[in-house]
Design a protein around this ligand. Structure first.
Ligand code: APR
Length: 347
């Protein structure tokens, strides 16, 4: 998974480079800067003394000393002054310059804190978006694993409206919260159904009417020039072969698809070379999102790997929300999954 959001203390990460949210002196401070210097030991500040400080937005590397890393990349985020002083560009530069330096040093994995979102007062929601967008853009043409390490949940705020909608959808559909009977009754109310039988002996039976709404939303999901539904229906191959045909039909290159799915090149090579490859459920769903499949098409792709979506799992209900709303940005979906303490999408 090229981009991972993780709850952790960055000093515990085992990566090639740990990024420090430093100040321009590079001689240590509080917050994550203080934590990194404490964990690395006195050698770090000694080396920093010789760097002559660092400008806002720039990045400089040192050894990592007692940390589980090869390098510490020190970058200086902008102090939030209201947004009219170039803060956004400086913050983007912090991520881009740190990633470029890590790449130049031959790092395969890098861990970032949420730069400027602490003492420097950058609004957390915007700080998160800038981090995600800049990392995502960099990973379009670089093979690297990038961790965004969230130390405390407070510093991770998903947009209130989106989170509210997801929580409502989960409440309405996640059977772990209430019986399926209530789900059915809610669907009846919503669709003024006649006497539609719904077999409650079948676990996770989602009333067809409840699906019709999401199918209606997804109706335009099929690729314009080729009915993806026919491609899927016409295939009786397993997951791997079906996926490769869907990628061809989508017009994307393999790399465009697996990067959009937050899948690393190594895993994709395994899937491509082994017709019987057994992927994990998040991997299948990640490709369904990358291919912009609708709910029915996603279910079919899952079935070919031996899985199904179920209202008994919050993770599945959240995925169903995004697919039925046709939100296919895997980074946005992973932010929501992270916020709701669920497994992330990707390899
Ligand atoms: N691991 C990961 N993230 C951490 C850790 C940790 N051990 N400690 C703090 N954080 C998080 C904070 O929760 C925040 O979301 O790092 C983010 C950045 O917060 P700060 O460390 O305050 O950094 P910043 O806002 O960029 O301010 C930099 O603070 O520490 C001083 O010397 C530093 O002057 C500089 C200023």
């Amino acid at each position: 998974m090229p981009f991972i959001i993780e709850r952790n203390d960055i000093t515990r990460m085992n990566v090639d480079a740990i990024v420090n949210a430093a100040n321009s002196t590079l001689l240590g401070g509080g917050g994550v800067d203080g934590a990194i210097h404490r964990a690395a030991g006195p050698g770090l500040v000694e080396e920093c003394r010789g760097l002559g400080g660092c400008e806002t937005g720039k990045a400089k590397a040192t050894g990592a000393y007692r940390l589980n890393a090869r390098y510490v990349i020190h970058t200086v985020g902008p102090v939030w002054l209201g947004g009219a002083y170039g803060e956004e560009n400086y913050l983007r530069s912090c991520y881009f310059n740190s990633l470029s330096l890590a790449d130049k040093l031959g790092c395969g994995s890098v861990a970032f804190p949420l730069i400027s979102a602490g003492a420097y007062g950058y609004p957390r929601r915007e700080a998160l978006s800038i981090a995600t967008e800049t990392i995502k853009a960099f990973l379009e043409d670089h093979d690297m694993t990038v961790y965004l390490v969230i130390f405390d949940k407070r510093s991770f705020e998903l947009g209130g409206e989106l989170l509210g909608e997801i929580r409502t959808y989960v409440d309405d559909n996640y059977v772990g919260m209430h019986s399926e009977k209530q789900t059915y009754l809610k669907a009846r109310r919503k669709h003024a159904l006649g006497s539609m039988a719904c077999d409650y002996s079948v676990p996770n039976a989602i009333p067809a009417a409840a699906l019709c709404e999401s199918e209606a939303i997804c109706a335009d999901a099929a690729y314009k020039d080729e009915d993806i539904g026919d491609i899927i229906k016409g295939l009786d191959e397993g997951f791997s072969k079906t996926l490769l045909k869907l990628i061809d039909a989508s017009g994307m290159t393999d790399a465009q698809c697996y990067k959009r799915a937050n899948i690393d090149r190594k895993l994709f090579s395994k899937i491509r070379s082994d017709p019987d490859y057994r992927p994990s459920k998040p991997t299948v769903i990640a490709f369904a999102v990358a291919l912009r499949l609708d709910l029915e098409q996603t279910e079919d792709l899952l079935k070919r790997a031996g899985f199904a979506l179920s209202h008994s799992y919050k993770f599945d209900v959240i995925i169903e929300y995004f697919i039925s709303k046709r939100i296919f940005d895997i980074y946005k979906i992973n932010e929501a999954l992270f916020e709701l303490d669920q497994q992330l999408l990707g390899s």
